[in-house]
Write a protein that binds this ligand. Structure first.
Ligand SMILES: NC(=O)c1ccc[n+]([C@@H]2O[C@H](COP(=O)([O-])OP(=O)(O)OC[C@H]3O[C@@H](n4cnc5c(N)ncnc54)[C@H](O)[C@@H]3O)[C@@H](O)[C@H]2O)c1
Length: 301
């Protein structure tokens, strides 16, 4: 008799796995021995097990999250996946008319959280955003570096959906305390080919003041996702995820003094230290960025 497929590696369902951050996340998980299954409206690169589904529709979401693929989890029982990484969304404010973007991003997240709860997949990491912290920054910020104690302020429909996702996640874990919902507040995602344009930012520091000159390399963002999957916890936990440095050659102290002088700087800053604090992610998740645009090796994919 044919024996059922043995569970050999943890199986991770990645929504939005065709996108900028999703591609890097899929590669990182595969490189670390996970099985990966992508759900997206666009097919990922050849060879990645996937299903095309629109997550703004609950029926499609429930089907996709409970799908029985021939590739990775046939015969392993009703709980097909060990964890969900939910990255699918329209990633930019005003990319689409506000209500459409809000509906896609917020409903998609509700559907993933709810389908995950019903299917018993309680380890869920999702992409929140630095925009929850009140971007674009304009000098009214209470202090720097920005941290997880910051009051959330949404200045766009995109940010409002991300803030409400965090509120929604808090409600989910009240109702289902063994759920783990980790909101990673990613900074602006960069791929290696983006680093060529960084030198130009120095000419006009106002251009990147909106997020206090922060960024996240997609590969480091993927490291944070993997460490969040592996972190044993329950409840809802937000983390700011940025690189350890800024996009600028000018020092962080100089940038704050000259371009956000009203904002209280609460610590002695390293020369190019990020102004979006990653202290919590370092301490709790063991996150440590490995790529910096200052190192030419990071420019290679
Ligand atoms: N790019 C950034 O600078 C940035 C910063 C902070 C947070 N984020 C968040 O990170 C996540 C990934 O962003 P990205 O830059 O990789 O975006 P991306 O547009 O490159 O990828 C998003 C993917 O989601 C898919 N998608 C969108 N709506 C969908 C739906 N209803 N059903 C199924 N698939 C759907 C798209 O087809 C795409 O492949 C998003 O949640 C975004 O809001 C991005």
């Amino acid at each position: 008799m044919k024996s059922p497929k043995q569970k050999t590696a943890k199986r991770i369902l990645v929504t939005g796995g065709t996108g900028k951050l999703g591609k890097a996340c899929v590669q990182d998980l595969l490189a670390h021995g996970y099985d990966v299954f992508v759900v997206d409206v666009v097919a990922p690169e050849k060879g990645i097990p996937h299903i095309i589904a629109d997550l703004s529709d609950f029926g499609q979401t429930l089907d996709a999250l409970s799908s029985v693929s021939f590739d990775i989890h046939a015969g392993v029982g009703p709980q097909a996946f060990d964890a969900i990484v939910h990255l699918a969304a329209f990633p930019t404010p005003r990319q689409y008319p506000d209500a459409h973007l809000f509906q896609n991003n917020l409903m998609g997240t509700y559907n993933v959280f709810e389908a995950g709860r019903r299917l018993g997949i309680h380890n869920i990491i999702w992409a929140s955003s630095e925009t929850t912290l009140g971007e674009p920054f304009d000098g009214a910020e209470p202090y720097a570096p920005v941290d997880e104690d910051y009051p959330l302020r949404a200045k766009s429909a995109y940010a409002l959906a991300k803030v409400l996702m965090e509120d929604m996640a808090r409600q989910f874990v009240l109702q289902t305390p063994d759920m783990k919902l980790i909101g990673l507040r990613f900074s602006n995602v960069m791929e290696p080919q983006d680093y060529a344009k960084f030198a130009a930012y120095d000419d006009d520091p106002e251009e990147r003041k909106w997020n206090m000159w922060a960024y996240i390399d997609a590969r480091d963002g993927s490291q944070a996702i993997r460490k969040a999957i592996e972190w044993e916890a329950t409840g809802m936990h937000p983390f700011i995820i940025a690189n350890a440095d800024t996009v600028m050659s000018k020092s962080s102290t100089e940038l704050m003094k000259n371009f956000l002088p009203q904002v209280e700087v609460r610590k002695e800053l390293g020369e190019h230290e990020t102004l979006l604090s990653i202290e919590k992610a370092r301490r709790v998740l063991g996150y440590e960025p490995e790529f910096s645009w200052r190192n030419k090796k990071s420019w290679q994919a």
